[in-house]
Structure formats: structure tokens, C-alpha cells
Design a protein around this ligand. Structure first.
Ligand SMILES: *Cc1c(COP(=O)(O)O)cnc(C)c1O
Length: 415
């Protein structure tokens, strides 16, 4: 029994609400956030307790919004933090790390974290059906984890998603609805559906609980660096939940004394063809102007981000900045990460690599700083953007001489 979850609290007016499937303040329409009893948590949670627990995201369960024990996503999280020596050489930096959620379990993206928490919470609330609006990765994770959890799922996506993200949803038997429109239109429709059906829409009516799962990305980085927060984290931004919760998670670790100081700057990374958050940051404004997405980076193509305002706040509070990557730079970023570190990321990872390069050039990140680049999705899911950009395989006849001739090798000479 987790006695440390106090309830929900409005991020704007501070009014408190009970632990129910609520997401918006009735008085000021601010969004609701889960609040905790940190003094209580301090009594029971320390580095030793956490380190001795299994290597999944529930090792931080006191800081996650369940009443009882987790029921779903028991193997999600605790993905590798890689010391990226070769990419570091290419970028001219020494303390460079990759937080690699492209190998998250079970569906190879950051979304396995938020879905693990959302489904465990949906079950506590007694929901039988779960649903979401998705740019692809959430669809995959919700479909997979709902199948295992014995929950029905309805999943709404823009009709133009990558084939692998469509197949990677259908395979689990989900009800997949492809809407002729962009994500923002899909999401608006889902708002209407959520109002008439008693379903757990993970990114609508149980969003406050779902979003808490994102904090574990930051908890793990700090733990894996030896209970220290890095000086920079570069974060891909879609709806703005991940970046704002990374910042909340780091502040919680500081509050609990799990890290000594908090010097991290969080930086927002978006595609040039859909950059409402980075545009606001650069204009020194906290007003998000919605845009119509036009980019190959479909996983981040949210033109009207629900947590855009909080994403900007997290960046300002931490002293970070934001940058954009063009589609060509995204492809170069994907290739650079693969050729240096052996990691095949999706388009969102190309964005964070390219943005890191730009922030280094601009001096926003210094050469000697410690840097963590977030890799949040897997390249096998967005193969169509890269397929035409690679060399073709060498074709030969099935004999040794054909191999040697084609490759220009001289017989009997060792190479
Ligand atoms: C969902 C997602 C993110 C983060 O999205 P937010 O809505 O900002 O939390 C980052 N990368 C990938 C690949 C994603 O699918």
C-alpha cells in the first residue's frame, strides 16, 4: 500500500482533488498533477533500498501514483545508459551518454514507461477498456500491454502513420482507428469520445497518472550516473509531458536527498516542421502558438501540445534552451548514432542528436559538461525514412570467385 500519494493538485490555482480519474481543475481549467508526501517518502526510500530492487521502473514505486502494488508493465524501464565514447569523439565532447529507451520493454520506446503506470492505475480504478490518441509509439505500447493485462483497447491514430507502427499495434488485437486528419484532430475527437464513454483514455482522463511514469526516465539517469544528475539532458518534445516530468523527477530526487545538487539544464528538441515549444522558447514567450505539422518526425508531430506551457517552464526553470532539426539533419543524426554507437533510433532520436550538435556549436552546452542525449524510440519502426538513404547491399553469385571479383579482393592475399 502506497500511503504517500496525497491526491491531485491543480498546477495553476493549487486546489486539491481526490485520487480519481480527473484531469482538469473545475475552477480555473488548469491541469491536475499527482502530489506526494515527500517527508513520508524520505523515511522509507533511500539509495540502498532502491538499488536492491529489481531492475525495472517500479524500483521508484513510492514516487509513482498507485495505491497498491503494480500489476502491469513489470518489466518496463531500467534501460541502458551508455557511455558514448565514439559519438563523443565525433562531437568533440568527453562526458557524453545515451539513455537508450529504443530497447525498452515490451515495445521499444519510452512509451512503455507511461503505459506501465497508466494500466496499473486504470485497473485500480476498475476500468475494463483503455484508449488513447497516439502518434504511434503510444499505440504500440498500449496495444501490447492491454493485451497482456486483459483489457480491451481502442487506439486512435492519424491515418498517415508509418507501416511498422500500424502493424505493431494491430498484431496485439487492438481496435485500431485511423482518423483522416493530423494528431491534433485525432486528439480533439478523442476528447469528445472520452466524455461519452467510460474508458480510461491514458492521455486524457487519466493523464495525470500516466504522465508520472515519465519521471522514471530521469530517476534512472541519475541513479545510473552514480546518484548524480548530469549538466544537460536533451529531450525530444511532442506533447511536452516527458520533458516537464524529467524536470519534476529531478527536483524530487533533490528534495529527497537522492542527489546532492541539481545543476541540470533540460533542453527541448523538436523537428523544424513542428516546433511550437522551441519557437516559444526562442521568442522568450510561454504562449504556445499551434502549428500544422509537416515533418518526417511523425512521433513528435503534435502541433498543439497539451503540456507545451509546462515544457517551456521546465526549460526556463532549469536554464536550458531549445533547438530544431530539419528532416535532412534528422536523417544525418540517425546515421551518425548508428555508425558511432551501434544504436538504430527512430526519427525522434535523429532530432535529439542533431539538436545536441547545434547546442554545442552555439555554446549553450560546453565541451567539458556532462551530457545525456535521450533516445526514445527504435529505428526499426520508421524504416521508410531511411531506406532510400543507404547504400544497396552488394549482390554476388553463390561462389567464392564472384565474391572476390565483386569486392575487388585478390586471391590468397590476406587482408
Ligand atoms: C511520445 C514520445 C516522446 C515524448 O513525448 P511527450 O508527449 O513530449 O511526452 C518522445 N519520443 C518519442 C519517440 C515518443 O514516441
Amino acid at each position: 500500500m502506497n500511503v504517500f500519494v496525497k491526491g491531485l493538485r491543480c498546477r495553476e490555482c493549487g486546489r486539491t482533488y481526490p485520487k480519481e480519474p480527473l484531469f482538469v481543475c473545475e475552477y480555473c481549467f488548469g491541469s491536475l498533477e499527482v502530489s506526494y508526501d515527500y517527508q513520508g517518502i524520505r523515511q522509507v526510500l533511500n539509495k540502498k533500498v532502491i538499488s536492491e530492487r529489481p531492475a525495472n521502473l517500479w524500483r521508484y514505486k513510492e514516487l509513482l501514483p498507485l495505491e497498491g502494488e503494480p500489476t502491469d508493465g513489470l518489466d518496463s524501464g531500467f534501460t541502458p545508459l551508455i557511455k558514448a565514447e565514439k559519438l563523443g569523439q565525433a562531437l568533440g565532447v568527453e562526458k557524453l551518454y545515451i539513455k537508450d529507451d529504443s530497447v525498452n520493454y515490451p515495445t521499444l520506446s519510452f512509451k512503455d514507461r507511461v503505459v506501465a503506470v497508466a494500466l496499473s492505475k486504470a485497473k485500480e480504478f476498475g476500468f475494463k477498456t483503455v484508449a488513447c490518441a497516439s502518434t504511434g509509439n503510444l499505440a504500440n505500447s498500449l496495444a501490447a500491454q492491454a493485451a497482456k493485462a486483459n483489457l480491451k483497447s481502442f487506439i486512435f491514430i492519424p491515418a498517415n502513420l508509418e507501416l511498422s507502427k500500424v502493424i505493431g499495434t494491430l498484431i496485439y488485437g487492438a481496435n485500431l482507428v485511423a482518423v483522416e486528419g493530423n494528431y491534433d484532430e485525432v486528439n480533439r475527437l478523442c476528447g469528445e469520445i472520452a466524455a461519452s464513454y467510460n474508458w480510461a483514455f491514458v492521455n486524457i482522463n487519466i493523464r495525470p497518472y500516466y504522465a508520472e511514469g515519465s519521471k522514471t526516465f530521469a530517476f534512472e539517469i541519475a541513479e545510473q550516473l552514480g546518484w548524480e544528475a548530469p549538466e544537460h539532458i536533451i529531450v525530444p518534445v511532442a506533447g511536452g509531458s516527458l520533458i516537464s516530468k524529467i524536470w519534476k523527477g529531478l527536483k524530487e530526487f533533490k528534495e529527497l536527498g537522492l542527489i546532492k545538487d541539481l545543476k541540470t539544464k533540460v533542453h527541448a528538441a523538436q523537428a523544424r516542421g513542428c516546433s511550437p515549444v522551441v519557437t516559444a522558447i526562442k521568442e522568450n514567450s510561454d504562449i504556445i502558438k499551434p502549428v500544422k505539422p509537416d515533418t518526417i518526425v511523425k512521433s513528435l508531430a503534435i502541433g498543439n501540445p497539451a503540456d507545451g506551457y509546462y515544457a517551456v517552464q521546465a526549460v526556463w526553470e532549469s536554464g536550458g534552451y531549445g533547438e530544431v532539426a530539419t528532416d535532412d539533419e534528422v536523417i544525418e543524426g540517425i546515421k551518425l548514432l548508428a555508425e558511432t554507437e551501434g544504436i538504430f533510433t527512430e526519427t525522434a532520436g535523429g532530432v535529439t542528436i542533431a539538436v545536441t550538435q547545434k547546442l554545442l556549436k552555439q555554446g549553450k552546452i560546453k565541451k567539458n559538461d556532462s551530457i545525456v542525449i535521450s533516445i526514445t524510440g527504435n529505428g526499426l519502426k520508421t524504416q521508410e525514412v531511411i531506406a532510400q538513404e543507404l547504400k544497396k547491399p552488394v549482390k554476388i553469385k553463390p561462389n567464392l570467385s564472384s565474391f572476390e571479383e565483386t569486392m575487388g579482393l585478390v586471391k590468397a592475399k590476406s587482408i
